[in-house]
Design a protein around this ligand. Structure first.
Ligand code: FAD
Length: 281
């Protein structure tokens, strides 16, 4: 599908800086990000529910001070129902009305028992609870290459449909590097009757190290073109950065031509890279 008139939304993901002494740096960064006119900015939630207050503080700043739609991530892992209620009250007080409801990653220190005794087991359970007890707008995550625990893409899609039917009004994808894979996924998503907007998650790969960390954790496959690029430029910091930006820009241009609902850039809190990409697209 080629849609020239359709507006593709633009959004960013940011995360709360891990060190307390670096926390304040996020605010000038967000002010600069705001100049790129995103439709929304989402803020992650530390694995296991750590630093929940920081996510709310950042989301509140985005919403109230910058006047940009903020989405606060929340997770089942690390949350009891009581914690969740407190968190929802804090979100309300902070003026944040939109969440990305997730199952959550398992923190390294968490035992099987702790992980499996969470009160909301799947994101869908959290969505149902939020829908019943709050007026929050709810988004959810999806996986063009299937979630790593799902036995098949079909099973994963079946659960995704349940999540959307429970009250999710938009989806954000896991990062992917092969647009064809995303287009095949979208055909299946629409075939099973999911009609909500799907924001395509783009992660700029600007260092070779990212492939070994972020990307391998995400379960996303690395196409030959990207692997070659890392092999050719990985040793040279600046060349790798330029090549990684170029790869992300080509991906985004292709997606826009294809009429994707939205582009969601995993900013990794990097201003220069995010700005350069936005200027080029
Ligand atoms: P779910 O939708 O619950 O799915 C998890 C698995 O369970 C899938 O395999 C699914 O098929 C399966 N499943 C669902 N329902 C059922 C059912 N009824 N019966 C059997 N199986 C079922 N993690 C964080 O900790 N903090 C963040 O801020 C964060 N942000 C993210 C943002 C995006 C855009 C994405 C894509 C991921 C993010 N994650 C984050 C990671 C996410 O928490 C993990 O990928 C997690 O493993 C799955 O979360 P989910 O909400 O997709 O889970």
């Amino acid at each position: 599908m080629t849609t020239e008139n359709k507006k593709t939304s633009l959004s960013f993901e940011v995360f709360p800086p891990k060190k307390d002494e670096e926390f304040e740096n996020i605010f000038p960064f967000l002010k600069e990000l705001a100049k790129l006119n995103p439709d929304f900015i989402s803020c992650t939630y530390g694995a296991g529910g750590s630093r929940a207050g920081k996510t709310i503080e950042i989301a509140s700043f985005i919403q109230k001070e910058l006047g940009i739609n903020a989405i606060a991530h929340i997770t089942c892992v690390g949350f009891t129902k009581t914690d969740l209620e407190k968190n929802c009250e804090a979100l309300k007080a902070a003026g944040v009305g939109h969440v990305l409801a997730l199952r959550g990653d398992r923190p390294q220190h968490m035992t099987d028992e702790q992980f499996n005794s969470r009160e909301f087991f799947y994101a869908t359970d959290l969505v149902r609870h939020l829908k019943e007890h709050t007026t929050l707008q709810i988004s959810g995550a999806c996986y063009p290459e299937k979630h790593f625990e799902a036995p098949s893409l079909e099973t994963d899609l079946k659960h995704l449909k349940e999540k959307v039917d429970a009250g999710v009004t938009s989806l954000v994808t896991q990062m992917f590097f092969d647009n064809d894979c995303f287009y095949r996924f979208m055909e299946k998503v629409r075939d099973i009757g999911i009609t909500v907007p799907v924001h395509a998650g783009i992660m700029p790969i600007t260092t070779a190290k990212q492939i070994g960390t972020t990307v391998s954790l995400s379960g996303s496959s690395v196409p030959k073109e990207l692997a070659d690029l890392i092999a050719n430029y990985g040793e040279n910091r600046e060349d790798m950065r330029k090549a990684g930006i170029d790869y992300a820009v080509q991906q985004i241009r292709g997606l826009k031509e294809h009429g994707v609902d939205g582009i969601h850039i995993y900013s990794m809190n990097r201003l220069k890279t995010t700005t350069e990409i936005c200027e080029l697209i």
